[in-house]
Write a protein that binds this ligand. Sequence first.
Ligand code: OGA
Ligand code: MN
Length: 294
Amino acid sequence: MSLSIRPLTPNFVGEVSGIDLTQPVTREQVAAIEAGMDRYAVLVYHDQRFTDEQQKAFSQNFGALEHTAGGNIVKPQEKRLDPYMADVSNLGIDHKPLARDDRKRMFNLGNQLWHSDSSFRAVPAKYSLLSGRITVGKGGQTQFCDMRAAYDALDGATKTEIEDLICEHSLIYSRGLLGFDDLTSEELAMFRPVRQKLVRVHPVTGRKSLYLSSHAGKIPGWPVPEARAFLRDLTEHATQPQFFYSHSWQQYDFVMWDNRTTLHRVTRFDNNQIRDMRRTTIAGDSETVAQLAA
Ligand code: OGA
Ligand code: MN
């Protein structure tokens, strides 16, 4: 059977069949998937029974793997997975759900806010690839919004106003939104804000998109409350139903998305259930805007 992509929504989410991603894939298959990513922005696969090594091997067809350092409060020796696998499960190193008030769990609850992966890095992520190793029956959906369509739907005056705007992104801001602000001085240093353009141009399609994220907390030159209120307004606009898709997980589903053109979040679920989700992330190839000197 050969690879085919069927639209789950007309222009945003495609479902891929006819390929086993645990085995080496051909250049043609990689090209077809990349073309699918450019046409849609989210691709869904089923029944991909990856090991971590297989997931990393497949992911590397799309660029260099992003190292997880600097993206979490979990210390290297407390990590359940290899440093190139982002652990977005609710599990501790003992494979049991973290306690309700565990600091790592509370930090990871930030994934319930609309975000783009690694927008807090100077070179933010290109793709994310998420494997559902153990999924939950209720809740725990991953939801996506199309920032190309959201940009297109802005009025002309807003497009003009935001064209050259820059935002500062940091995990300090996204976690602060949830009232998680007891960060150590090391963590505050590690999460030092970076600058990102608010309007991005896709390198292949040339389409503009809104680069929003819960990590965005300041606009240089603007009063902070005004920036926050504006970013909230834009996010509210960008997450309307016409831009939205929700993925309900089956075990071994695999979803990849383009962080340059999408927002995503996870919905709440029962923390007594095991939800073992493992993400590989493809690093972007450049900054969206030059950083300030340290
Ligand atoms: C992620 C994330 C979504 C989820 O993997 O980047 O935000 O469904 N998690 O756990
Ligand atoms: Mn994420």
